[in-house]
Design a protein around this ligand. Structure first.
Ligand SMILES: [Zn+2]
Length: 273
């Protein structure tokens, strides 16, 4: 892999000199505050099962090495970042309604202007997040994703879904919203054709799982695929771990939460509310 200081920006090709957060700083600040994390009891960053203490929302462990230039990370992507921040804030404040009706009208988030366009700015934020993840892993960002960023109308192989992660609801409400994470990047190669540009990835924002499918099939049940072609996001539902798996895990670790999980199992199971 090239020296990170000389790596070209995957969006425009200029030298990379700007760090992008793996998880948006506004997501971290909303949940943990902008001060040092030790003031709230500490935050742990988990990578490959190992944890490290995170000092605050600008910690280097929460950012990628420079993969884009400051112009792309600031001026150019500002409308995309703003769209995402608005979306995430609305989601956070309207969780009860969304969990009941299982769809998100972008008109309610962004106003009526978003209706005809399907809010490409929000989609482009996800393209930026996905492109940075690919680039960080040493993969070339597929050309259609780079080319669509300056366009209003575009074709894309990246489909995004939105789903409720039911497993998060075994935890008390106060803990549920603080789940923030990005998943492993998976490349799907072909036995006959070798290395392919096909990828799977996800972000977990509180109870919402945002899944990325690049040039690969979207499984049923995890929400309607979205490419900014619609102003309504239909949510799916899934469990990242079943209740039985959680109980099994808690039993083998003699975790204090075991009795709580057993009470949930003996009543109605995990309830999304
Ligand atoms: Zn750039």
């Amino acid at each position: 892999m090239a020296d990170s200081t000389t790596r070209p920006c995957w969006i425009c090709g200029a030298p990379s000199n700007s760090r992008e957060h793996k998880i948006k700083k506004s997501d971290l600040v909303r949940r943990y505050g902008s001060g040092p994390f030790r003031n709230i009891g500490g935050v742990l960053h988990f990578v490959d099962g190992k944890s490290r203490k995170v000092p605050g929302p600008r910690a280097k462990t929460l950012m990628y090495e420079p993969l884009i230039c400051s112009d792309c990370n600031n001026a150019k992507s500002q409308p995309w970042d703003n769209a995402y921040e608005k979306f995430e804030k609305w989601l956070f404040e309207n969780a009860k309604i969304i969990l009941q009706r299982r769809f998100i009208l972008l008109e309610e988030v962004f106003g009526t202007d978003a209706v005809p366009s399907g809010c490409p700015e929000l989609y482009k934020y996800f393209v930026k997040a996905f492109g940075c993840r690919l680039s960080d892993a040493g993969f070339t960002v597929p050309e259609d994703l780079v080319l669509l960023l300056p366009q209003t109308h575009f074709q894309t192989r990246l489909r995004i879904t939105f789903a409720i992660n039911k497993t998060v609801f075994v935890f008390p409400e106060i803990d549920r919203e603080v789940f923030l994470g990005i998943g492993d990047l998976i490349r799907i190669d072909s036995l006959s054709q070798g290395v392919m540009e096909r990828y799977l990835w996800h972000m977990q924002i509180g109870w919402l799982r945002i899944s990325f499918f690049y040039d690969t099939e979207v499984p049923c049940g995890i929400g309607a695929p979205w490419t900014s072609d619609s102003a309504c996001l239909y949510l799916g539902e899934f469990e990242s771990s079943s209740l039985d798996e959680l109980i099994e895990g808690a039993r083998s670790d003699t975790a204090p939460g075991l009795s709580v999980l057993e009470v949930i199992r003996d009543n109605d199971g995990i309830l999304i509310e």
